[in-house]
Design a protein around this ligand. Structure first.
Ligand code: NAD
Length: 481
């Protein structure tokens, strides 16, 4: 692909200790648009990991001792540079992982929002004083950075998954080593460039792309000087890393897979429910951890909802993610496409019917698909599809809807649509999920807690909960003479 016409800087070296470094090996980053090569990027391994760990440890003392106001000033500049470069970052994202460019611009603003919010929150890392039963004692609880942190991120939000981790870590006074996904290292490297331009000190934020993440990650996870592991990705890899991190008893945060239910009750505003379920299901071609993977509609409104939903889904424009009008781009890779095809084939073979779509198009594209007559046991109801496929199911009673929604090992996001306030509270409280959208299909925002229960993970990102993940509480007991 001729990337020159896109006017996007393509950085291919790792960012270690404030320097742009090559590695003995490189790997090819291809665009999902047509499979052509975009760049050959440094592929870091154990040696680069050790160099980054040394740099992160060396930089930690200075960064933690900088005042919160000094750290906030660097983060603020980083935020402003992200907004300045919203358009090129969005083009880079569309190119490397296929998110439509208009949606990618939204992600850049969302990603920058975490940096802005934590620049402010850096100044509010308050402690507490605790009354003592002894007249001569003063008891204090102070909060301090956990230490150098290591983050691993997925490809589906190449900017936001980086800032949702790095911004609170850096605000807290931690140094941060990032291993971005092999499908989308270019956005992460570009953010490192902006960090450098913002005056971020060497070794405080580092980016190590790698084709084979395991050997690099193992070095950093086994290093006792790295005090925190934060991971976003699949449940399978998260579980593996959780085990590895036990060796050094690291603080661990895991943002893992989801299987979001979307419940539409018969008293819902159907027009809005359709609009928001379309956004919830089809953004990023269905490749987000909070995209609904199963839509339950109360029996009496199922036909009407299904008809409106299929019409709206049929109007979505599938195409080149660099085109401004595109709403659904290609799936990220062949493996992703195969999984979507397999889920649809399995459902159709077991009696489901496709009222819209159901097939791949040329290249990595898959048609927006609506499935009816979906039944328990089908793969699509058990595994994350990560594609533009919406299974619709009926329910009769509120308690049945809740039971079906909770019948999964995952617990990230759930949604419900109703005008009944009592039901809204009842169902929101009964859902075993970390995030519940009530009449809201896109609830995530920088100042709110994001994260899951059950096999969807541990810990929270966003809001004051997000910075707690990078802080230890220290108790100081002071006895007066
Ligand atoms: P993945 O688990 O395959 O990869 C995620 C990251 O882990 C990548 O950077 C990858 O290189 C790295 N990785 C893979 N194997 C590793 C190993 N053995 N050691 C160290 N690092 C390793 O997931 P993916 O397919 O890239 O991302 C999609 C998944 O991420 C989905 O399950 C999605 O639900 C989840 N996700 C969750 C959230 C959330 O906030 N809960 C957000 C976005 C995506």
């Amino acid at each position: 692909m001729n990337t020159a016409a896109l006017d996007v800087p393509i950085l291919t070296r790792a960012f270690i200790g404030g320097e742009w470094r090559t590695a003995p090996r490189a790997f090819t980053v291809r665009t999902p648009i047509d499979g052509s090569t975009i760049a050959e990027v440094a592929s870091c391994g154990p040696d680069e990991a050790r160099a980054a760990a040394d740099a992160a440890v060396a930089a930690f003392d200075g960064w933690r001792r900088a005042t919160a106001y000094e750290r906030a000033a660097v983060l603020r500049r980083w935020f402003e540079l992200m907004l300045r470069d919203e358009a090129p970052i969005a083009r880079l994202m569309a190119l490397e992982m296929g998110k439509p460019v208009a949606e990618s611009r939204g992600e850049v603003r969302y990603a920058a929002g975490f940096v802005e919010w934590y620049a402010e929150e850096a100044k509010r890392v308050y402690g507490e004083t605790i009354p003592s039963q002894f007249a001569h004692k003063r008891l204090l609880a102070i909060r301090q950075p956990v230490g150098p942190a290591f983050g691993i991120t997925p490809w589906n939000f190449p900017a936001a998954m980086v800032t949702r981790k790095a911004a609170p870590a850096l605000a807290a006074g931690c140094t941060f080593i990032l291993k971005p996904a092999e499908q989308s290292p270019l956005t992460a490297l570009y953010l490192a460039k902006l960090w450098e331009q913002a005056g971020g000190p060497a070794g405080v934020f580092q980016v190590l792309p790698a084709l084979d993440p395991a050997p690099l990650a193992r070095v950093l996870i086994d290093d006792p000087r790295i005090r925190k592991l934060t991971f976003t990705g699949s449940t399978e890899v998260g579980r593996l890393l959780y085990g590895q991190a036990s060796g050094t008893l690291k603080r661990v945060s895991l943002e893992l897979g989801g299987h979001a239910p979307f419940l539409v009750f018969d008293d819902a505003d159907l027009e809005r429910a359709v609009r928001e379920s379309i956004a919830c299901k089809f953004r990023n071609a269905g490749q987000t951890c909070v995209c609904t993977n199963r839509i339950y509609v109360q029996q009496s409104v199922l036909d009407e909802f299904a008809g409106r939903f299929a019409r709206a889904a049929g109007e979505l424009r599938v195409g080149n993610p660099l085109d401004e009008a595109t709403q659904i781009g290609p799936l990220v890779d062949e493996q992703g496409l195969r999984k979507v095809e397999a889920h649809v084939a399995d459902a159709l073979a077991r009696g489901a019917t496709a009222t819209l779509g159901g097939r791949p198009r040329d290249g990595r594209y898959f048609e927006p698909t609506v499935l009816l007559d979906v039944r328990p046991g089908m793969r699509i109801l058990e595994e994350e599809t990560f594609g533009p496929v919406a299974p619709l199911l009926a329910f009769r009673r509120e308690e049945d809807a809740v039971a079906m929604a909770n019948d999964t090992p995952y617990g990230l996001a759930a949604y419900l649509w109703t005008r009944d306030l009592g039901r809204a509270f009842r169902v929101a409280e009964a859902l075993e999920y970390g995030i519940v959208g009530v009449n809201d299909g896109v609830p995530s925002t920088a100042q709110a807690p994001f994260g899951g229960v059950k096999r969807s993970g541990l810990g929270r990102e966003g809001g004051h909960w997000g910075i707690d993940e990078y802080l230890d509480v220290k108790y100081v007991s002071l006895a007066l003479p």
